[in-house]
Design a protein around this ligand. Structure first.
Ligand SMILES: Nc1ncnc2c1ncn2[C@@H]1O[C@H](COP(=O)(O)OP(=O)(O)OP(=O)(O)O)[C@@H](O)[C@H]1O
Ligand SMILES: [Mg+2]
Length: 268
């Protein structure tokens, strides 16, 4: 399929007795904004970690931009940007310095670095804050800087793990404005995870609902709503139908709670 940039086939990842990702198959087209929607522990981060070569699959296959995530991991890393669920910028450096470090890391040729960093700051509207230490940034500004950082090398695909968690509605809207700009200006494919159904519905071309390691349904927001029957269904109805309940944003599990607190603290 020449127009699909991500291909997952029977992808599985086990952690001891837990099957975090359970034989998922999925294709994402070039230039799509694609959401993986699911509650805590559904397997979203594990899926992204496999696609970004951070974790090997237990079985099955996945390719990014035509490269296999296991046998061609180096080419996969060159083809993608990744904004993890946990923070990835250095608070003791300025926004500008963070981008310069990343430009080196991503092998942006020396003569192009200044221009790329300037373009990245412009893309996410951080030109005025570029000289400030990142520890003085708001959560939304940090996320925008991370998005700029992950796309300095102009990768065809970017993976965003919960890009808007812990942000207020205005900061969330701003993130989406910039993600959309990335796609419109560079044709970047955006694969992201979220708990927020409204934003998946508003900003995505297609959505996959993940539940207990499996994909329950994939489609456009309209297709998902049509799948549960009546014309006035909402994505909440879709989630109840395909994931067996309302989305659980908070659970009592230690790992989830501490991870979420750490994220909230960071972004506060
Ligand atoms: N390194 C690990 N070792 C053991 N179990 C793990 C590990 N990473 C994830 N898991 C388990 O795999 C399952 C899926 O976790 P994952 O982090 O992928 O979910 P998620 O959908 O990203 O959840 P959240 O919304 O909380 O970020 C969970 O049951 C989790 O406890
Ligand atoms: Mg996660």
């Amino acid at each position: 399929m020449p127009d699909s940039i991500l291909n997952l086939r029977s992808l599985t990842r086990r952690f001891g007795p837990v099957t975090a990702v359970d034989g998922i198959s999925l294709s994402v087209k070039r230039g799509e904004i694609f959401a993986l929607l699911g509650s805590n522990g559904a397997g979203k981060t594990t899926t992204i970690k496999i696609l970004t070569t951070m974790l090997p699959p237990s079985s099955g296959e996945a390719s990014v931009a035509g490269y296999d995530v296991v046998s061609q991991a180096t080419q996969v890393r060159r083809s993608m940007g990744y904004v993890p669920q946990a923070i990835s910028v250095d608070g003791s450096l300025t926004g500008y310095e963070n981008l310069v470090v990343s430009a080196k890391l991503y092998d942006v040729p020396r003569r192009e670095r200044a221009e790329r960093v300037a373009a990245a700051l412009k893309l996410v509207d951080l030109e005025d804050a570029a000289g400030r230490l990142v520890r003085t940034y708001s959560g939304g500004m940090i996320r925008r800087l991370e998005i700029a950082q992950s796309t300095l090398h102009r990768p065809p695909v970017v993976f965003l793990d919960e890009p808007t968690i812990g942000l207020d509605p205005i900061a969330r809207a701003s993130i989406w404005q910039h993600v959309t700009r990335l796609r419109d200006e560079f044709g970047t494919t955006v694969f992201f995870t979220t708990h927020y159904m409204e934003e998946a519905e508003e900003f995505c071309d297609r959505i996959a609902i993940m539940h207990r390691g499996r994909i329950s349904i994939v489609g456009t927001p309209e297709e998902l709503k049509a799948s549960v029957g009546s014309g006035d269904s909402t994505l909440d109805d879709v989630f109840v139908h395909h994931a067996g309940g309302v989305i659980e944003t908070f659970t009592s599990g230690y790992r989830e709670t501490s991870a979420r607190r750490a994220t909230a603290r960071r972004l506060a």
